[in-house]
Design a protein. Structure first.
Length: 224
């Protein structure tokens, strides 16, 4: 059996608010296999985003072990964490966070250039990914010229640009109407599977459970 692309053991996160300790994560053990798509379900405030921030190496203050692609990453220095995020992880947020002064292709090209790709290779991959998401006619449009669903498709392509082992998605269709969300979600899942990446998707959308490989639920700081 292959090693998990993501493995957490005893992951904990606490906050202090008004002199009171709030335990958000209380020892989370989670494995995601290579190529597996897992939905992380739970109500708002259950800690889904906190868990994604932990495994995405976006914040400190966590206790426990995090292994990504077989490497222990929980104690890495800032520069090494940046390298792991660049080379192993892709991120899709509720809001697209596209660079407003760059068009669709350029938004997907930039992370590849940072990783060291040539511009020609980066543009070819960006155009392929965007085309697979139905944006072949919108390549040179800037974010303010795209609909909400189109903007989120560009964000999906950007997340997959560097062929990440694991895509982390936090309510990736939360800002879209239900019909658009269903279309974007279907395209997201199809492209992730086609690219061979794994994905951990935090959501409160129960319909997602019917489309993924496995569902885990976060309740009172523990996975169920």
């Amino acid at each position: 059996m292959s090693e998990p692309v993501l493995a957490t053991r005893g992951l904990k996160r606490s906050f202090t608010q008004a002199h009171a300790r709030i335990d958000v994560l209380r020892g989370v053990d989670l494995d995601v296999a290579p190529g597996e798509i897992v939905a992380l379900l739970g109500p708002s405030g259950s800690g889904k985003s906190t868990l994604l921030q932990a495994v995405g190496l976006l914040e400190g203050g966590f206790e426990g072990s995090i292994r990504i692609a077989g490497r222990e990453v929980s104690q890495l220095e800032s520069a090494q964490r940046t390298e792991v995020r660049r080379d192993q992880l892709g991120f899709v947020y509720q809001f697209h966070h596209l660079l407003p002064d760059f068009n669709a292709v350029e938004n997907v090209v930039l992370p590849q250039l940072i990783q060291g790709a040539t511009r020609a290779d980066a543009e070819a991959r960006a155009e392929r990914l965007l085309g697979a998401l139905g944006l072949a006619e919108r390549l040179t449009h800037r974010p303010n010229q795209l609909s909400g669903g189109e903007q989120q498709r560009v964000a999906v392509a950007r997340a997959l640009a560097n062929r990440p082992a694991l895509v982390l998605a936090d309510e990736p269709t939360g800002n879209l109407d239900e019909a658009t969300a269903d279309v974007v979600l279907a395209e997201f899942l199809r492209l992730v599977r086609g690219e061979g990446s794994a994905a951990l998707i935090a959501t409160h959308n129960e319909r997602l459970a019917q489309r993924v490989d496995r569902v885990v639920r976060l309740h009172e700081g523990h996975l169920e």
